[in-house]
Design a protein around this ligand. Sequence first.
Ligand SMILES: Nc1ncnc2c1ncn2[C@@H]1O[C@H](COP(=O)(O)OP(=O)(O)O)[C@@H](O)[C@H]1O
Ligand SMILES: [Mg+2]
Length: 251
Amino acid sequence: MPITRAQVKSKTMVAYILQSYDKTNIYLPDIEVLNKRTFEEMSEKHETVYLKPERGRKSKGIIRICRKEGLYLLRKSEEELEYKFDSKTSLWSSVSKWTSHTRYVIQEGINSLTKDNRYFDFRCHALRINGEWVVGGVCVRLGSPGNIVTTSHIGGTPILLDSLFTDFLDYSKEDQDQVMEKLHDCILNAVNVVSPLYPSNWEFAVDIGLDTDKRVWIYEVNNEPLIRGNFKLLTDQTLYKKIQYLRTIAK
Ligand SMILES: Nc1ncnc2c1ncn2[C@@H]1O[C@H](COP(=O)(O)OP(=O)(O)O)[C@@H](O)[C@H]1O
Ligand SMILES: [Mg+2]
């Protein structure tokens, strides 16, 4: 039976490649394979960390841990409950149990937050047209209030970039241009570096966060990107149709 693309989706392999090149390493939040040692180090070093199944998708099984006033606050992507721990020992004892079924990575958390504290990220679709990688479209995924992830499968809403910048961030035109320039550089660097791993793939999607200092950060690169749960849900179908068309000529 042939090996399918879904079987080679691995966050550690992609992160390894991204960190090997300066042009992508600058956009990569600190990331390690999760174990007791990396958990101790990363949760000491960063106020917020995200734990993600290395072969996860649709934000399933994601855990966020924030350090606040001597406590560790833990949230899971599919639950509204907030767990509180007063020691790292009790925290690790639960975390190791919840993550024991599969390999996880631990990543520095990015405060990609709107002015009313909703998480958002960019879903960036890239395609290879005439041998060159181009950005086919970028949309914003806006998490529902209080959620720790942005996907539409868990309450998020895809919106247009303009709406993010004007309604949710109050960015000036100059700020927007600067962010868009960084975003395009980040997307194209990421696909140029990751695509040789999957030579027959002619499309990828890069999930990217934007912190409060206007820096962009790669969360992951998807090698089997779907557009139904994001671009198709936009009220304006222009980008969805554009990507559908580009898919017919990409190779
Ligand atoms: N380092 C991070 N900081 C903040 N939010 C993150 C981070 N990594 C992931 N997320 C959130 O979790 C979601 C899912 O993570 P992602 O790495 O894209 O995995 P999946 O394969 O489940 O899509 C992202 O869309 C984003 O909302
Ligand atoms: Mg993702």
